[in-house]
Design a protein around this ligand. Structure first.
Ligand code: PLP
Length: 365
């Protein structure tokens, strides 16, 4: 308990936790998002009462009424972050305060209850602590943490709900893309957009993903791993991928990434790469980049590398681009040296192998 966090968490450990040998087997080769730890954290919010009933308990299904607001009006937001086990055995989170802050911003956009950042942090730390045996130590693996909130009030009617549930679950994960793949192929959607000015593109809400799935399905049908979205107004400017931001490495050594204009999710990985690169003396331009220009620059060699970034996929090279009128490669279609260096530095800081001059690493006691 602290002044800005007056909630007391009740801890009810799992009565039959997973035996150690089964956890070891589960950590050997975790498929993303399929295996979950034993516990979850839940906190409830009710209009007039605020946040209450904070609990660390066995992971179990929710009981919700068929009229539960989230099922009808999609008031739902989430976060994605990772806990790492360093070579020294220390457990750490990467910039969790940034996730806590973004969660509040998402909640505000979706007219949901405001969760104090200290409560968010304590909830995440409590789950990581009780399920610490589930944090893989191998290179490229980590514990993916999913804090989320949904409207839990039972009613039909279009207004902000008066009840919410905040929950944190976690799953051990390995690499997001198939191992051994040095670069991914992307599909540029000319038909569907992810976000429009004034819309919810900058909020991490489930609805954005619901709207982007059709384009992701189209991308898969075209043999691509991911979809690139263009702006809604002109279908000209590159915005981001379905769940990752994008960077371009130019032949003068500079980096370029689309600006946070309200239709792009403000990635913490994106922000960290900008800081890292600038500290290295690289120029980073947050400037609009046209799809036609990307195509021309790939052909002329002005763009040397392109990579996607996000907590789940970390830093992943984009090697090939497919679109309605053809396809093109970025350089030789593999991972470039700048992409590799940025990934090595970022993952090095996250895993405690590289010095952290920014104070980004948050140790969990
Ligand atoms: C979460 C997310 C990202 C990446 O954000 P990080 O904080 O770097 O994980 C990028 N785009 C979208 C649409 C996202 O939902």
């Amino acid at each position: 308990m602290s002044a800005d966090n007056p909630l007391r968490f009740v801890v009810e450990p799992h009565a039959n936790p997973t035996p150690a040998d089964q956890i070891t087997a589960a950590l050997a080769n975790p498929v993303f998002g399929r295996v979950f730890t034993d516990h979850m954290v839940t906190i409830r919010w009710t209009e007039g009462k605020g946040w209450h009933d904070a609990k660390v308990e066995a992971r179990r299904p929710f009981q919700i009424d068929p009229a539960c607001a989230v099922l009808h009006y999609a008031q739902e937001i989430f976060e994605g972050m990772k806990a790492y086990r360093g070579e020294d055995g220390k457990i750490s989170l990467f910039r969790p305060q940034a996730n806590a802050r973004r969660f509040r911003e998402s909640a505000q956009r979706m007219s949901m209850a405001d969760l104090p950042e200290a409560v968010f942090l304590e909830a995440v730390e409590k789950l990581v602590d009780i399920d610490r045996a589930w944090i893989p130590g191998s290179e490229g693996s980590s514990l993916y943490i999913r804090p989320f909130m949904f409207a839990s009030e039972s009613f039909l009617g279009v207004r902000a709900a008066h009840e919410y549930i905040f929950c944190v679950i976690a799953c051990p994960v390995g690499p997001y893309f198939k191992a051994g793949k040095s670069a991914v192929t992307v599909w540029v959607s000319d038909q569907y957009t992810r976000a429009a000015p004034g819309g919810t593109g900058a909020a991490k809400c489930g609805g954005n993903y619901a709207a982007s799935l059709i384009a992701q399905t189209e991308a898969s049908a075209k043999g691509c791993d991911q979809v690139v979205f263009l702006d809604a107004a002109q279908h000209r400017w590159i915005e981001e991928l379905g769940g990752m931001n994008v960077f371009f490495v130019m032949d003068d050594g500079s980096l370029q990434t689309p600006p946070l204009s309200g239709t792009i999710l403000p990635g913490i990985t994106r922000a960290s790469i900008i800081e890292l690169a600038r500290r290295e003396g690289l120029t980073v331009n947050e400037a609009p980049y046209e799809f036609a220009q990307w195509q021309a620059d790939a052909a002329s060699g002005r763009v040397k590398e392109t990579f996607a970034c996000g907590t789940a996929a970390v830093v992943t090279a984009i090697g090939q681009v497919r679109h309605a009128n053809g396809e093109f490669n970025i350089a030789d279609g593999g991972e470039g040296p700048v992409t590799k260096r940025i990934r090595d530095q970022l993952t090095g800081i996250q895993r405690g192998k590289v010095a952290d001059p920014f104070g980004w690493v948050h140790h969990v006691a």
